[in-house]
Ligand binder design. Structure first.
Ligand code: SF4
Length: 329
């Protein structure tokens, strides 16, 4: 680990001003950044501690919920407002990491956490994300946890967050501030697919700070779920995860639906094709299966992860069946 300076920001403007220095990084709970520093993947010269910034969870006049970027994952998962209105988000948070890590990790840090591809953390391996142009040892190596949707020949890593899968399903908006002002970015657009530049993972400009996340009002999100399939019952990353919400009409057809997937792509994956196929359709298993198959029509599996293509479809169907049974008028 390299030597670095530490500074605690009193407010957003001070944090942004400090971040104008080259090689500065924002520090939240440090649950990923410190690992990256230990492996010399990140070598900041200045750490700007932003854990003293907003940890509010507030209902707004328009019915949306504002979440301060420094809110701890545990606090968000346990907030009555979230458990009542967005249970899939609470479940996703509680499915992530360990209690100790959830107590430290912040909302912004969760969004910005980097892949857990084993080759990314091993500097004796070839990794285009760590060293652009060097190659990717995961393509022919251990790729059980890797992506099957939106991949490129340069990188097949997955985004590790559970929370972000729920945020993608909920149309969450990420608010950021930098030296050129503030802007809002939809969560589904915030992370990027690898393309030819897997080292560029988000839409953030250098020095921009995540200040908050907002959840739009979504009445039927009260009827939602999050299911995570993994190798161990706890403290394991998702092989597949599904965040879903469902609303039925009185005649049993689907009036609205949200589905997002984790463990399948370089970013939290909104299953737009599933949603498109389901709106207005009858809520029955064969319809769910056809919709899930459409989402994975162009999926690309490899020797270690091809099983995910069927597993993901089965998990989508299981979640939708569970929600449909509970939503019968
Ligand atoms: Fe690196 Fe991505 Fe390949 Fe993993 S999958 S070794 S992160 S380039």
């Amino acid at each position: 680990m390299n030597a670095f300076e530490y500074s605690r920001a009193a407010d957003v403007s001070q944090a942004v001003e400090l971040a104008s220095r080259a090689h500065a990084r924002f520090l939240g709970g440090g649950t990923n950044l410190v690992d990256l520093m230990r492996e010399s993947i990140e070598q900041p010269e200045l750490l700007i501690d932003v854990t003293g910034l907003s940890q509010r969870i507030e209902l707004q006049d328009d019915g949306s919920v504002l979440i301060g970027a420094a809110t701890k994952n545990t606090a968000l998962a346990c907030a009555a407002l979230i458990r009542e209105r967005y249970p899939l988000l609470s479940r996703a948070l509680l499915a992530g990491a360990s209690a100790q890590i959830r107590n430290m990790a912040t909302v912004a840090g969760n969004i910005l956490q980097r892949t857990r591809c084993v080759y990314f953390y091993d500097d004796s391996s070839r990794c285009n994300k760590r060293d652009p142009g060097r190659g990717c040892d995961a393509l022919e190596g251990f790729n059980r946890y890797h992506a099957v949707l939106g991949t490129s020949p340069t990188c097949i890593a997955t985004h590790p967050s559970d929370m972000c899968v729920a945020l993608a399903a909920l149309d969450a908006v990420v608010h950021v501030t930098g030296s050129r002002g503030s802007r809002a970015i939809e969560l589904t657009e915030f992370h990027q697919l690898p393309g030819d530049t897997p080292h560029i993972e988000t839409q953030l400009e250098p020095g921009e700070l995540i200040t908050a996340v907002t959840l739009p009002p979504l009445r039927f999100a009260r009827h939602s779920t999050y299911r995570k399939v993994r190798d161990r019952a706890s403290y394991a990353f998702a092989l597949i995860s599904v965040a879903a919400a469902l609303e039925l009409n009185a005649d049993g057809t689907i009036s609205d639906v949200r589905v997002a997937l984790g463990g399948v792509a370089h970013k939290p994956w909104r299953a737009w094709k599933v949603e498109e196929a389901l709106k207005g359709a009858r809520a029955k298993e064969a319809v769910f299966q056809a919709a899930a198959a459409e989402e994975f029509r162009h999926a690309k599996g490899r020797h270690g992860n091809a099983f995910k293509i069927e597993l993901a479809q089965r998990t989508i169907v299981a979640c939708l069946k569970e929600l449909a049974e509970g939503a019968r008028p």
